[in-house]
Ligand binder design. Structure first.
Ligand SMILES: C[C@H]1O[C@H](OP(=O)(O)OP(=O)(O)OC[C@H]2O[C@@H](n3cnc4c(=O)[nH]c(N)nc43)[C@H](O)[C@@H]2O)[C@@H](O)[C@@H](O)C1=O
Length: 317
């Protein structure tokens, strides 16, 4: 069994590669010329990397002709919501065109892989309080260019299934964290600041943005297990929420992390961290996915944050 992971050098990609390799699956990952291999260096002897710019349709077709994967996990994307307001065109172009080139290559080459499209809870956008936890039937009310790009990816997946009968499973994944999480995202940003303060690298002040937002946080290791199961057991053409069903205010992320810290820290709001519009509450109902796969999250919120903080303590050592 051969798997292709786009975005293998990223946070989720590296954990997914570890998970698939542990199950005896052959793994190939696409990288770009300037990609950092920091998160996957330990896996290099066991897998194959293929330099391929997803924005280049010919390069994607060449790569697919050679790799001919049985499973494709399409993770590569611009995934930082605030960057999507700064660079909306780049976010939309990258996220949409990369996927079109991938799906076109599958279609033109008459390949029959099972494909997972990593979509996002951000697509639900401005959810109303009485809609929580949201099911897959909830209206989509996107409030960032990133969310719009993910809706396009989501519906392109649907369209290629309907038009060409490709085996495409779409997942709307809620927030996930854990070791190697990019430092711009909230859990990792707070954890890294704490680790820096503990080591005396910066004064004991932790800067925060909007603490009132509520999100559904999972551990990345649960998410990659879900992705594998999605291709084993889910129906092509369908969309599935991957969530924990539990909402936590960002304030709670901060409190739990501060509870693990070994020093006294003052918290200050940094206005530059506030967004032009921020989704207030995102909590998912994952009943549909559970019924299809039996998956439930296993790693607790506290454990995940503790592992993340220890990751930063180790990285900064
Ligand atoms: C499912 C979805 O999940 C992620 O998107 P996100 O929810 O925007 O993630 P985040 O960690 O940047 O923000 C979470 C919340 O935390 C608030 N917040 C407060 N203070 C800070 C702060 O200092 N930094 C950041 N980044 N956020 C802060 C911020 O305003 C927001 O309400 C991506 O993986 C995305 O790709 C994706 O698909």
């Amino acid at each position: 069994m051969k798997a292709l992971i786009t975005g293998i050098t990223g946070f989720v990609g590296s954990h997914l590669a570890e998970h698939l390799l542990s199950q005896g699956i052959e793994v190939t990952g696409t990288i770009r010329s300037h990609s950092s291999l920091r998160h996957i260096r330990h896996l290099l002897p066991d897998m194959r990397l293929y330099e391929c710019e997803l924005m280049d349709p010919d390069a994607v077709e060449r790569m697919m002709t050679e790799v001919r994967p049985d499973l494709i996990f399409h993770l590569a994307a611009q995934s930082y919501v605030p960057l999507s307001w700064e660079s909306p065109a780049e976010t939309l172009t990258n996220n949409i065109m990369g996927q079109i080139h991938l799906l076109e290559a599958i279609r033109k080459l008459d390949l029959t892989p099972k494909v997972l499209i990593a979509c996002s809870s951000e697509e639900y956008g401005q959810v109303q309080e009485d809609e929580v936890p949201v099911t897959e039937m909830n209206p989509l009310r996107p409030i960032s260019p990133y969310a719009v790009s993910k809706i396009a990816q989501d519906y392109l997946g649907y369209q290629y299934y309907k038009t060409y009968n490709l085996h495409i499973v779409r997942t709307r994944t809620f927030n996930h964290s854990g070791p190697r999480r990019g430092e711009q995202f909230v859990t990792s940003n707070f954890a890294k600041q704490i680790a820096e303060i503990e080591k005396g690298f910066k004064p004991p002040v932790l800067y925060v943005g909007n603490l009132d937002a509520t999100r559904d946080f999972m551990d990345v290791r649960d998410v990659v297990r879900a992705y594998r199961m999605a291709l084993d057991y889910c129906q092509p053409g369908e969309i599935y929420n991957i969530a924990s069903g539990q909402g936590r205010e960002v304030r709670e992320v901060l409190q739990v992390l501060l509870g693990f810290s070994t020093v006294d820290i003052t918290v200050e709001e940094d206005k530059t961290r506030l967004r032009p519009s921020d989704v207030k509450v995102l909590v998912g109902d994952y009943t549909k996915f559970y019924r299809q796969t039996g998956w439930t999250p296993e790693i607790s919120f506290e454990q995940s944050l503790n592992d993340l903080l220890n990751y930063w303590r180790h990285e900064l050592a």
